[in-house]
Design a protein around this ligand. Structure first.
Ligand code: ADP
Length: 502
């Protein structure tokens, strides 16, 4: 509400001018005085007024003349015409020409106060209405430009994007969606997702994100669409400020090329491994025959070279086996046979097997394992491979005379296996990368140590397939600690051991 208006009082009668000024200033308005139309217009051109009290009959330029100039020059202010009975007709014309109200002389202080109060309220309302109109116009423009920006972004995306409301009706999508999902029609906005999406697994996934009880953040799947077309789909709920699900958004990514490469790689690895492994096994057998003296006596020199050939051959077989393992892990086939397993004997066997290697380097390989540990659910062959790799690494990357300790203990719902060495350690920047395929840390200490960089990716793949975790702490020059956490099989409590009641 306008509290204090700028008011111009224009009248050739001094008494009226000053009487108006006194009253209006008393009620908080700012008043300027003019004694005729010419003076009034000069003032209006210099300064903004909210209201003008304008006498009709004045020398030089009268009220109607002023109204005419206001209109011509588009000067915007609210006019209250002051008129005597003699000029009332002219005053009515002034009203028609745009004056807001009229005061008939002689007027009381109350009628002046009321007329000005009404004019002030009118101005306030008009300004509020204008503010609202501007706000509305701006937000409509904002919405429009926001929508066009969104459309441009969505249309430029290399992925399909499909948005539904909480009724699972499609409210937004880009042109890639009907193409990727091989739909019969491109007009899918406004239609039920269940009716227009031909792939039932995707419909099911959209249904699942609406199932509040699962508290899903996003669901992913790989989806065969037509002959060779494969998609990776990711569906997430859209929530309002109060976390209620108000819709879903699905992103479709064409992974056909990746799938083809994966298939080719798997075929290649399987083929190469087979083609290499079979002849290599024959060569190894023949080397063993020669070394065992079954083809005639051999001298020490010959035995030395044959032994070197045997070691290199074995390394090659190990590498091929690692490649095969890795391609099985990547195909999700690593856990072949899970069974309840006590890992203590498995680790003891691995330590016994590796002890001679540690002895050669005069290292202390010690294992302190509890008599019994809670069982885990695992494939014994896989577990053998995990501990063989990690303990073997500890020996390989620890200098002569160092120490390697292997421990195990229960920790909540997990068993923590700790392999700690006093070796070369791993620089901080390399730690996140040592689980990458073929990644090997190259320092002057480790450069001469042979390896494939496949051991730890295999360990990670196996541990994760058993729902476990790996933690590493390492300090260059001081040593490394590998912690492997594997979940315990739920022990039988009285509650769940009881046979079901009839
Ligand atoms: P590699 O066949 O090279 O041993 P891994 O995948 O088993 O391959 O290990 C990857 C790299 O991690 C190794 O090359 C080595 O640099 C580093 N590494 C693994 N274990 C240890 C350890 N106990 N101490 C220091 N470095 C290690």
């Amino acid at each position: 509400m306008l509290e204090s208006a700028e008011i111009l009082v224009v009248d050739d009668e001094k008494m009226i001018r000053e009487g108006c000024a006194r009253l209006l200033e008393k009620i908080g308005h700012k008043v300027t005085l003019a004694c005729d139309g010419i003076e009034a217009l000069d003032l209006i051109r210099q300064k903004n007024f909210d209201i003008m009290l304008l006498d009709i009959k004045m020398p030089r330029l009268d009220g109607m003349g002023v109204m005419g100039v206001l209109k011509r020059e588009q000067l915007d202010l609210l006019v209250l015409v002051i008129t005597g009975f003699a000029t009332i007709e002219t005053a009515v014309q002034a009203m028609k020409a745009g004056a807001y109200d009229l005061l008939i002389k002689p007027f009381s202080t109350d009628s002046l106060r009321i007329a000005v109060a009404r004019a002030v309220e009118h101005i306030s309302l008009a300004r509020e209405a204008e503010d609202l109109r501007r706000l509305q116009a701006r937000s409509l423009k904002d919405i429009e430009s926001e929508q066009s920006r969104l459309r441009t972004v969505m249309n430029a995306m290399a992925c399909g994007v499909l948005v539904t409301d909480n009724e699972k009706t499609v409210v937004l999508c880009n042109p890639l969606v009907p193409r990727l999902l091989n739909m019969s029609t491109p007009d899918i906005v406004g239609r039920s997702a269940a009716h227009i999406i031909p792939q039932q697994p995707l419909v099911d996934m959209i249904d699942r994100v609406f199932a509040e009880e699962e508290a899903i953040t996003a669901l992913e799947q790989e989806l065969p669409v037509t002959g060779s077309l494969w998609l990776r789909t990711r569906t997430a709920p859209v929530r309002d400020n109060e976390a209620r699900i108000i819709g879903s958004v699905t992103v479709l990514q064409d992974i056909t090329h990746t799938k083809e490469m994966e298939q080719m790689k798997n075929q290649f690895v399987a083929m190469v491994s087979h083609e290499l492994k079979t002849p290599l096994a024959v060569i190894m057998q023949q080397v063993e025959v020669l070394l065992g003296g079954m083809a005639g006596a051999i001298n020490d020199r010959q035995a030395h070279f044959l032994e070197r050939a045997r070691i290199r051959g074995q390394e090659l077989i190990d590498l091929i086996n690692q490649l095969l393992d890795l391609s099985r892990i990547e195909a999700g086939q690593i856990v072949s046979q899970q069974e309840p397993l006590d890992l203590v004997p498995v680790i003891r066997r691995v330590c016994d097997f590796l002890k001679p290697q540690a002895d050669i380097k005069q290292q202390d390989l010690v294992w302190e394992l509890p008599e019994c540990l809670p069982q885990i659910s695992a494939d014994p062959g896989n577990m053998d491979e995990v501990f063989m790799n990690v303990i073997n690494n500890a020996i390989k990357y620890t200098p002569e005379g160092g120490r390697i300790e292997v421990r195990a203990e229960r920790e909540g719902d997990y068993v923590r296996f700790r392999i700690a060495d006093s070796g070369f350690g791993i620089p901080k920047d390399d730690i996140p990368r040592i689980f990458d395929k073929f990644y090997r840390v190259k320092t002057d200490k480790t450069i001469s140590i042979t390896g494939s960089g496949l051991g730890l990716p295999i360990v990670k793949g196996i541990v994760e397939a058993h729902l476990g975790e790996i933690e590493i702490q390492s300090r260059p020059g001081q040593g490394t600690i590998f912690d492997i956490l594997l979940p315990i099989i739920m022990e039988k409590t009285e509650e769940n051991a009881r046979p079901p009641s009839q």
